[in-house]
Ligand binder design. Structure first.
Ligand code: HEM
Length: 239
């Protein structure tokens, strides 16, 4: 779809990318709370006087699988989604990231559509870490009464090692997320608001004609990809 407006405002982040991002951020916060703090147990009243007891760990495992589905969806969207969300439009080498930093150090905030080269690398790193985090969680156990849906496939020794890795990856992920939020706030202080486009999707561009060739993939494709991602994660329970 072509974007052509006199104010040079284009839709840079489509609805699927924005929903992905804020669902991920919410899941991450809840995973942190259920994983590190705990105590989020619920009793859900059911018809017939019965009750459904949802433990903190149940919630943690559901959220972890939701993150896995979100990451699988984002990989599909990064390959065949809207152009600004595709990996090939924002994944650059370390050289480009370095040049971006040099420009920042010289006081310039580089313009451009979508993720900058440094942000692009950080995003790929976060997706890989999230995949590792959720993937190791599938095999983890809490040494009391909860274990991930695939823990029965490995020995208890391997499950314990993967549980340790699950904790270690989280610390690295947390550092990346902190850096990510700090970078977003830094840009805000330097006059470039990246948060608003991630909320409403639109970005105003300085140069006329810029962004005229953006491609927006149909929502039905996003739904198909999301359905496939949920099914892929759900199918892990049949192993
Ligand atoms: C209050 C917290 C957060 C804010 C304000 C925020 C803000 C943003 C913004 C503004 C962008 C777009 C950056 C750009 O224009 O290049 C972005 C992208 C991204 N953020 Fe966050 N973020 C937050 C939390 C998180 C968390 C907790 C995670 C991961 C656990 C995360 C992962 C990502 C990813 C993967 C992208 C790339 C989105 C895509 O291309 O699909 N963010 N974030």
């Amino acid at each position: 779809m072509k974007q052509d407006s006199p104010r040079h405002t284009v839709v840079v982040w489509d609805l699927p990318t924005r929903l992905f991002h804020w669902s991920l951020a919410l899941c991450f916060a809840l995973l942190w709370a259920t994983g590190e703090v705990g105590g989020l147990d619920f009793v859900v009243p059911l018809p017939g006087g019965k009750t459904w007891f949802i433990t903190n760990m149940d919630l943690h495992m559901w959220l972890g699988q939701a993150v896995l589905a979100l990451v699988v969806f984002r990989v599909l969207w990064g390959l065949w989604g809207s152009s600004p969300s595709r990996f090939r439009s924002f994944v650059r080498g370390p050289g480009a990231a370095y040049r971006h930093f040099v420009q920042l150090m010289r006081g310039a905030v580089p313009a451009g559509i979508g993720h900058n080269p440094a942000g692009g690398l950080a995003i790929v790193a976060m997706l890989v870490l999230l995949f590792l985090q959720a993937g190791t969680g599938l095999f983890a156990n809490d040494e009391i009464y909860s274990e991930g849906p695939l823990a029965h496939l490995v020995s208890s020794e391997i499950s314990t090692r993967l549980t340790d890795l699950h904790g270690a990856v989280f610390d690295v992920l947390l550092a990346f997320v902190a850096l990510h939020v700090a970078a977003v706030l830094y840009y805000l202080l330097r006059g470039k608001n990246l948060i608003a486009p991630m909320l409403h999707g639109r970005q105003t561009l300085p140069a006329a004609g810029e962004g005229a060739t953006l491609y927006h993939a149909p929502l039905t494709r996003a739904l198909l990809f999301f359905g496939a991602a949920v099914l892929a994660v759900w199918s892990l329970h049949w192993w």
